[in-house]
Design a protein around this ligand. Structure first.
Ligand code: LLP
Length: 419
């Protein structure tokens, strides 16, 4: 490992977290508890910026919109990619400069467009990424004539699960072969500044050829558009940089991805832009949860924990694997045992899966790894279960980023007369 890799390793494993610090946080704030280390977020950003020194980096805020995360990344120089009017409003409110904010409008509801156009009135430096001709018309109808980026469907998708491979899904972007004409038309009504494509999420080294193909097509399109006399500020090749969810999995070779990107893009005058979400926050976060029940059955030992699919939805939705560590049994006195770790929701999908863990006992504290991305963001109140708290760390400091919800928060939206 180089000195730089020692200072800023390409991955932080679940085993690298301090058990005593995590136990202290669980004691203070209760569980389930999301913990996110801002120092690691900054390290991840710096590694990305080092690999792509020539690129503009837009953090895909959907991975984790906690205000301190948005602010830490903006301080590092990142822009933010927003997926909805809500994210847009929060990102601007967190103080991110509008010139560093992109709003990706995917089949945007009218309410989202109304808000986005209103916000763009106050912040004309905002960029809206449209993925359909119809979205351009709807923006124009609302009097929008500002900065537009066109999302293209590159026809190549990749990702950790079919549900997150967007590149070849007709839902996203305008067809590749229509893009240049649409951009020319759009230039009559808007200030056309960029083109965009996103292959999917959780791309591994094995998907490099899909990535190369996508970037290559974007390079061709940029050259075609430039030859028609349209100057572009940027070519955005999306996010999707994967992280190792298993302890024996290698981290993505970011330098290899960056050089493949450069090579495939070829010569263009526009700047390169990338939109990493997961890569910046996943390994900066853990989810702490307590063992409620240990049940021996003829088939397996079921370890019931407080966190479930309402806390971390990824295992239930994508069959995603997250490493688990028993923080209460670190002294090697308890033998490992194969157990099924399951949540408190009455659905069989509410399970983290099977693990070998130091024999879990009631009240043990477990840590779930790589929970910084798409964890809290996808949490729900299903079963009238309040969402957990989340704490952010910075150096030795820990502060509450989101307090634990109460049942009163769950019912707060009900109308008085219905109570
Ligand atoms: N740009 C666009 C336009 C996107 O739609 C996304 C993610 C990203 C960037 C960032 O992708 P990332 O770098 O985080 O892979 N909930 C799923 C992931 C959904 C990703 C949606 N779009 C999961 O937990 O795996």
């Amino acid at each position: 490992m180089s000195a730089e890799q020692v200072r800023n390793p390409p991955v932080r494993r679940l085993a690298d977290w301090s058990a005593s610090r995590l136990r202290g946080l669980a004691d203070e704030h209760g569980t389930p508890l999301y913990v996110l280390d801002l120092d690691r977020v900054r390290e991840n950003y710096r590694r990305m910026a080092d690999a792509f020194p020539e690129a503009e980096i837009y953090y895909a805020g959907k991975a984790n919109t906690a205000r301190p995360v948005l602010q830490a990344l903006a301080d590092e120089g990142a822009g933010v990619e927003c997926a909805s009017a809500g994210e847009l409003a929060r990102v601007l409110d967190a103080g991110v400069e509008a010139s560093r904010v992109h709003y990706t409008a995917v089949n945007p509801p009218a309410r989202d467009l109304d808000i986005a156009v209103q916000l763009a009135d106050d912040h004309p430096e905002l960029t809206v990424t449209a993925g359909a001709e119809d979205t351009l018309d709807r923006l124009a109808e609302r009097g929008y004539s500002g900065r537009i980026c066109l999302r293209v469907n590159p026809g190549v998708g990749a990702g950790h699960h079919e549900k997150v491979a967007t590149g070849a899904d007709a839902k996203f972007g305008v067809p590749d072969n229509r893009a240049a004409d649409l951009l020319e038309d759009a230039a009559e009504r808007f200030s056309v500044v960029g083109i965009h494509a996103h292959a999917g999420s959780g791309i591994s080294g094995d998907d490099l050829s899909a990535h190369r193909e996508l970037v290559g097509r974007m390079g061709e399109l940029a050259r075609e558009v430039e030859s028609r006399g349209l100057g572009l500020e940027f070519v955005d090749v999306g996010g999707g940089f994967g992280v190792p969810y298993r302890s024996d999995e290698d981290p993505l070779d970011l330098d290899a991805v960056a050089s493949a990107t450069r090579e495939a893009l070829g010569d263009i005058s526009a700047d390169l832009a990338v939109e990493p979400g997961r890569y910046l926050v996943a390994d900066a976060g853990v989810l702490l949860t307590e063992v409620n029940t240990v049940k021996e059955t003829p088939e397996s030992v079921v370890v019931g924990v407080g966190a479930g699919m309402t806390t971390l939805a990824r295992p239930a939705i994508y069959d995603a694997h997250h490493e688990i560590r028993n923080l209460s049994a670190e002294d090697a006195t308890r033998p490992d045992r194969e157990v099924t770790v399951a949540g408190p929701v009455c659905e069989s999908g509410d399970s983290f899966g099977d693990y070998w863990l130091p024999d879990p006992a009631r009240r043990d504290l477990l840590a779930v790894g790589n929970a910084g991305a798409y964890g809290y963001e996808m949490a729900s109140q299903y079963n009238s279960r309040p969402r957990p708290a989340s704490v952010v760390l910075s150096g030795d400091e820990a502060r509450l980023a989101r307090r634990r919800e109460t049942i009163a928060d769950v019912t707060a939206v009900e109308l008085e007369e219905q109570r």
